[in-house]
Design a protein around this ligand. Structure first.
Ligand code: 13P
Length: 259
């Protein structure tokens, strides 16, 4: 398989997950600073996922910049008595194009299950949102040799019942929990191995050509200094960036990894 022949077919995605950071004023400064830095960056799709309170302002501040705005989570019902929750329709109404689903912090700290992930994917796609679906193993699972078993379970549970057309509106993100916020990035080879496994499982869960077209992002301590090595791998199609997405300069440097 010739990676350089395959890769151009999948447009890279560089996405920033702001987690629970930033005020409205900080959001405005971020977009004012980053816009000129990514004005010529047509080689990839650029996404920022701020907290709910910032979504509308971020959509306005990013207008015409080529940066699209994503939520970090959603509820699977369209409306109802669900205190504290936000639906896909509301996220779409705020001007977002996508939402993260199944981030490991949601799974580990807020009890998110594969079944919940599956319902959220359905809700997001039905509302016209793209789903950025996160999977990844913990350190204990990796050390026990269970990485593929965990990925397999998350993929078969989370992506159950989806069609080839659904696949075309999903982006996968492989985020090994042990690499998130730790400064301990997976080596490009370790990440590639997991991405390759994910792609092969996607090819069994759905149409193989849809699996071949799906973008799979790596997340976990991505920085300007390690993005090139990761992007050189044949099955790594972009990055989901936490800490380094909070600063316009470092996020722009990751976006412009080819420069
Ligand atoms: P860091 O880049 O801070 O390790 O976070 C990764 C992440 O969780 C992105 O969703």
């Amino acid at each position: 398989m010739n990676p350089s022949a395959r890769k151009p077919a999948r447009k890279p995605v560089i996405a920033g997950n702001w987690k629970m950071y930033k005020t409205i004023a900080e959001t405005e400064s971020f977009f004012a600073e980053i816009r000129p830095l990514v004005a010529g960056s047509a080689h990839c799709d650029i996404v920022i996922a701020p907290p709910f309170t910032l979504l509308r302002r971020a959509v306005e501040a990013a207008e015409g910049s080529g940066i699209s705005i994503s939520a970090q989570n959603l509820h699977w019902e369209s409306e109802g008595a669900w205190t504290g929750e936000v639906s896909a329709a509301m996220i779409r109404d705020a001007g977002c194009r996508s939402t993260l689903i199944g981030h490991s912090e949601r799974r580990q700290l807020f009890g998110e299950t594969d079944e919940g992930v599956s319902k959220k994917i359905r809700a997001a796609l039905d509302a016209g949102l793209q789903a950025i679906v996160c999977v990844g193993e913990s350190l204990a699972e990796r050390e026990a040799g269970d990485t593929e078993k965990v990925l397999e379970r998350q993929l078969s549970g989370g992506l159950a019942g989806l069609t080839g057309q659904d696949f075309s509106r999903i982006i996968m993100a492989y985020e090994p929990v042990w690499a998130i916020g730790t400064g301990r990035t997976a080596t490009p080879e370790i990440a590639q191995q997991a991405h390759n496994f994910i792609r092969s499982r996607l090819g069994q869960a759905g149409p193989p050509e849809a699996a071949g077209r799906m973008r799979i992002l790596y997340g976990g301590s991505v920085k300007p200094g390690n993005i090139q090595g990761l992007m050189a791998q044949p099955d790594i199609d972009g990055a989901l960036v936490g800490g380094a997405s909070l600063e316009a300069k470092s996020f722009a440097a990751i976006v412009n990894f080819r420069a």
